[in-house]
Design a protein. Structure first.
Length: 51
C-alpha cells in the first residue's frame, strides 16, 4: 500500500575479521600442546627400547 515510501535502514555491518594475534597465539598453543603430548607418550607409555 505504501510502495512510494522510502524506508531508511542501516546497512549490515561487515563481519569482523578474527584477531590475527589471537590466531597466532592459538597456533603456538596447539604446537606446544602437541609437543608436550608426544613427550609424555614417549616418556610414560611407549615401551622401552631394548639395550
Amino acid at each position: 500500500m505504501n510502495d512510494n515510501v522510502i524506508k531508511f535502514r542501516r546497512p549490515e555491518p561487515p563481519p569482523r575479521e578474527p584477531n590475527p594475534l589471537l590466531r597466532k597465539l592459538a597456533v603456538i598453543v596447539i604446537i606446544v600442546a602437541c609437543l608436550v603430548l608426544a613427550w609424555a607418550y614417549f616418556q610414560f607409555l611407549a615401551s622401552p627400547t631394548p639395550a
